[in-house]
Each structure stands twice: as C-alpha cells, then as structure tokens.
Write a protein that binds this ligand. Structure first.
Ligand SMILES: Cc1ncc(COP(=O)(O)O)c(C=O)c1O
Length: 408
C-alpha cells in the first residue's frame, strides 16, 4: 500500500492551478449523500454540477458498469458497438433527432454542433454564410471555440486570437437578435435556460421568435442542453417544454449520470454535412459510457421520474420560502424543475460563495451561478427528507453568515 498522504495540499503540489477545490476530499457517495476522508457526511444539492441525476452509485448504474466492464471496454470508431447503437436508437426515438454523434463532454458536443452548423451552411449556401450568433452570459464549455461562442469575455481573455464571425446579443431580447441576424448567419446558439449565466429561463415567446428568425434566414438553431437535458427540468429535454424544435442539440452532464459522455443530436437533413472523415473522437461512443448512459436514460425517461421533478421542486420552493420569510435573503427563486437559482438580495451581491462555504461547514453541498445566485442541481430522485434536511442546514448556514456579518 502507498503511504502517500492524499490531502488538499497535494493538489497544490501536483495539479495545474485552474481549479480551487474545497479543503475536504470526498471519498464516497450514496444517493444524495457524500462522505469525506474524515467520514463527515454531506447532503448533495450540487449533483456534480447537474451530472449526478440519479445520485451517487445508483445500483442499476453500478450493475451496468460492472457487467460492461467484464464485456468490452474500448474499440475506437473503426468499429461500432452494441451499447452505442442501442443508446443512439433510444435517443432518436425519444427526441426530434434522427442522428447522433457521441463524444465525451459538453464542450465537445458543442464543438461538434458548431462545426456542423458551419459545415452545413458551407455545403448548402457557400463559404460566406459562416456567422454564429449567441447570447451574453451564455456558457458552452472551455475549448477555444466554445469560450468564443460563450457570452462571457472573462473565459476567453488571454487566449486570443479567438475564432471569428461570432456575435453576441442580449438573451430574451428578440429585437436585438432581429437587428443582428442576416443571411450570413449560419446558426443561432442558445441554452433554453442559461445555467452558469444565472439560471435564467428563455421566455417561450422569445424562443419561438428565435426559431422563426432562424427559418427566415436559413440559419440553424442550436440548443445547448448540456445542463438542462436528461430530465433536469422535468421534461427529457427543455425544448419539449418550450415547444420549439432545434436543428441541433448538445447533451452531456446527466446523460452519463457521472460517467463521461456527450452527444450531439441532429436531423437527417443536417447530419450529412458531417460526412465520413470530417470529424471524430477516439473515445466517442465508448461502450462503458454508452452502456451506463442507456441505463440512465431508461430510468429517467419514465413518467414517474420526470413528474417527480416537479414535486421535488415544490418541496425546494416551500423550504426556500420558509428560509426567506425568516431571513429575507433572496429576491427571487427561479429556474425550472431541479435547476433552481436563488438570487441574493442586493446587499449580498458578489457574496454567494460565502453562503456556499458556510453550508459546507454545516454538511451541505451546493453551487453558485455567478456571484449573486445560489444554484441547486440535485439528484432528480433525491428523497424529500434529504431536501428538508439539507434546507435545515442551509437555514443554519445563512444564520451563521448573517450573524458573522452583524458582529463584523
Ligand atoms: C450549458 C453548458 N454547456 C456546456 C458546458 C460544458 O460542459 P463540459 O464541462 O462537460 O465540457 C456546460 C458546463 O457547465 C454547460 O452548463
């Protein structure tokens, strides 16, 4: 056995400093609970940033992974494999899409989506139709193309020159899009609800208007459902709720429930532009990932699980309202399903991270979405008693922060 002391300090010694993880090191998870090296228990409202949609170590996922581990791990795309084809069939049966491209992450799914949008325009309308319009505060990943389409300048600063022909306009502002779109636009890229940007849902009217403008200008509509997808909002994908069908959709995060996988979905009309040899990924469609994702999809895409999302949201809202009645700390609780954003009152703007730190001390894991919003993205099957227990911890954490502020 190694005698190496695995602590947070080792992170600083051996890891590139692009992350700043918590001091405690988690070692085990089950359902909506996580334990650290000292066996401290945490309730998990963060869900690995909207990934652990079935909680930790769901028995069906564990069983699938073990079975597939004894069967076949990897081939590369010089061969296809049964789990990948079964998963692709289920994804196409369940959505607008006819065709699937598999990859390993959300950024990669978006990279494929953006490349496909450019290539489709190139093939069908010529090289001048190459402009992409996206939205301020949008988030699409951390590759150079995805930070460039993303609407937050801080993620691309210092990495320039960035890919060109990308414009940003205000989200939920149809007039701004109308002014920017033209026949040179090849795609409009949007999250149906901005996640990292502050948990901001698209207005249904705006979403319909975007679709119409795309149609008028022969531009493809790309939905980034990396965070909203796979049941998070109470529908399998959020486009279903909005009643708007995109031409391309990216999905990742919850698709593997914790096993890395991403996918780009599209139609028979658009798919041919990614012809043989145009794009690829060594691990894309990996049998282990696809087998786990098939199990995740089978479980989540059932009425009782999807309907349960609304019921659980109601418990979150009820508990958050109780907290707010006591502390008057949130201006708004928003989002859809189990992607919930609680915006702090102006006096606490810029300080969402303080509440996260206090919650962790009380045994609760949660997220921020920017500096002003506390974000919850728990398991879609989190027991109601875990929601209530977690909210009790949040109440205690808020009391602690407010008391510390008063005595400062
Ligand atoms: C909407 C959206 N798109 C893309 C990504 C990037 O996904 P990944 O980190 O798997 O590359 C994220 C990650 O937070 C996201 O929320």
């Amino acid at each position: 056995m190694s005698t190496l002391q695995v602590t947070r300090a080792l992170f600083d010694e051996v890891m590139v400093p692009n992350y700043n993880p918590q001091q405690m090191v988690p070692v085990r998870g089950l359902g909506s609970r996580v334990w650290d090296q000292d066996n401290n228990e945490y309730i998990d409202f963060a869900g690995g940033i909207a990934v652990n949609a079935l909680g930790h170590c769901h028995p069906a996922m564990v069983e699938t992974l073990k079975q597939q581990a004894d069967q076949l791990w990897h081939l590369s795309n010089t061969f296809t494999n049964e789990p990948a084809l079964r998963l692709a069939k289920k994804l196409t049966d369940a959505t607008f899409a006819d065709k699937v491209f598999f990859c390993n992450s959300g950024a990669e799914a978006n990279e494929a989506a953006f490349k496909l949008a450019r290539k489709f325009a190139y093939d069908n309308f010529g090289a001048d139709k190459n402009e992409i319009i996206a939205f301020y505060q949008g988030f699409h990943g951390r590759t150079l193309f995805t930070v460039s389409v993303g609407g937050q300048a801080k993620y691309r600063e210092g990495f320039e020159p960035a890919p060109g022909a990308i414009t940003h306009v205000a989200y939920n502002d149809l007039e701004a899009l109308k002014a920017a779109i033209s026949d040179k636009t090849c795609a409009v890229v949007m999250e149906p609800m901005q996640g990292e940007g502050g948990v901001i849902p698209a207005d249904a009217e705006f979403a319909r208007g975007v679709r119409e403008l795309c149609d008028q200008h022969n531009a493809l509509l790309v939905y980034d459902e990396v965070q909203t997808g796979v049941g998070r909002t109470g529908r399998l994908y959020q486009y279903m709720e909005l009643g708007v069908t995109p031409d391309i959709l990216s999905t990742a995060k919850a698709l593997g429930g914790g096993f890395p996988i991403g996918a780009m979905l599209t139609t028979n009309k658009v798919a041919p532009s990614l012809g043989f040899g145009t794009h690829g990924s060594t691990y894309g469609g990996n049998p282990l990932a696809c087998a786990v994702a098939e199990t995740v999809l089978d479980i989540i895409n059932q009425p009782e699980v999807l309907e349960g999302v609304a019921t659980k949201r109601a418990v979150f809202e009820e508990e958050l309202e109780k907290i707010n009645n006591q502390y008057n700390i949130f201006t708004e609780v928003r989002g859809r399903g189990l992607l919930i954003g609680a915006e702090l009152v102006p006096a606490w703007h810029g300080k969402a991270a303080q509440f996260l730190a206090a919650a962790r001390e009380h045994g609760l894991l949660m997220l921020v979405a920017g500096p002003n919003v506390i974000r919850f993205a728990p398991s879609l099957i989190i027991p109601d008693e875990d929601i209530r227990a977690g909210m009790a911890k949040l109440g205690d954490a808020i009391a602690q922060v407010l008391t510390a502020e008063q005595s400062a």
